[in-house]
Design a binder for this molecule. Structure first.
Ligand SMILES: C[S@@+](CC[C@H](N)C(=O)[O-])C[C@H]1O[C@@H](n2cnc3c(N)ncnc32)[C@H](O)[C@@H]1O
Length: 207
């Protein structure tokens, strides 16, 4: 965990400055997510990075609690919220493992580009399921490295061995879907714009 925190702290400023790699895909994901958002919703985002997505969704919900293990990422996110006078997003430096929120207290959870960084995705997905109210939604965009070109599958273990990459898990979109359904979610939306792109899934908790 320490190594991951150091990694994300170290790259936070660069991450904040880097442009979105595929703007049309990002915009489409925002748009689809918004179809599920309502003005009275309590939302959690874990692994929020520098907060851009939470700040864009903020006008469409009641409140977003956005957490990240990197204090540098959170510092940048809070700076942006202050600059934009956005008051319904609370940023906090906190790991998903340590997070404790009451069961069935959230309407939506966002986990964007983060599930592949979790030690145990099944545990995290089960936790998200418990935190959601009946009919709540889990929105995730996840790089599924097993489906990607071989080079991506090689880079990760080599990068880990050289201690230049944080924890990264390799699984397919099919395996991710299986984890979600095993936890009790129904897949409401699944979009993978291309084989080497993240799988965008909206999973619904039953009532
Ligand atoms: C690839 S970035 C994604 C950031 C943002 N969600 C986005 O889509 O641009 C992953 C983020 O997850 C954070 N992170 C990694 N492990 C975490 C954990 N266990 N709990 C909370 N945040 C974590 C990192 O600090 C980093 O900011």
């Amino acid at each position: 965990m320490d190594r991951s925190v150091k990694f994300w702290d170290r790259i936070a400023k660069r991450y904040a400055k880097s442009p979105i790699s595929d703007e049309p895909t990002y915009q489409k994901k925002l748009e689809v997510t918004r179809e599920y958002l309502r003005p009275d919703m309590e939302v959690l985002e874990f692994g929020c990075g520098t907060g851009s997505t939470a700040l864009l969704h903020a006008p469409f919900v009641k409140h977003i609690y956005s957490i990240d293990i990197s204090s540098k990422m959170i510092e940048i996110a809070q700076g942006k919220a202050d600059e934009q006078n956005i008051e319904n997003v609370t940023f906090e430096c906190m790991s998903m493992d340590a997070l404790s929120v009451p069961e069935q207290s959230l309407d939506a959870v966002l986990g964007l580009n983060i599930l592949h960084l979790m030690e145990d995705r099944d545990e995290v997905i089960a936790k998200v399921h418990r935190m959601l109210k009946p009919d709540g939604v889990f929105v995730t965009s996840t790089p599924c490295l097993k489906d990607m070109r071989w080079i991506f599958r090689i880079i990760v273990p080599v990068g880990r061995f050289l201690r230049i990459l944080p924890l990264v898990k390799i699984f397919s979109a099919k395996e991710l879907e299986a984890s979600l359904t095993a936890a009790g979610f129904a897949i409401d939306h699944h979009w993978q714009p291309a084989k080497n792109k993240a799988a965008f899934i909206i999973a619904k908790k039953g009532n």
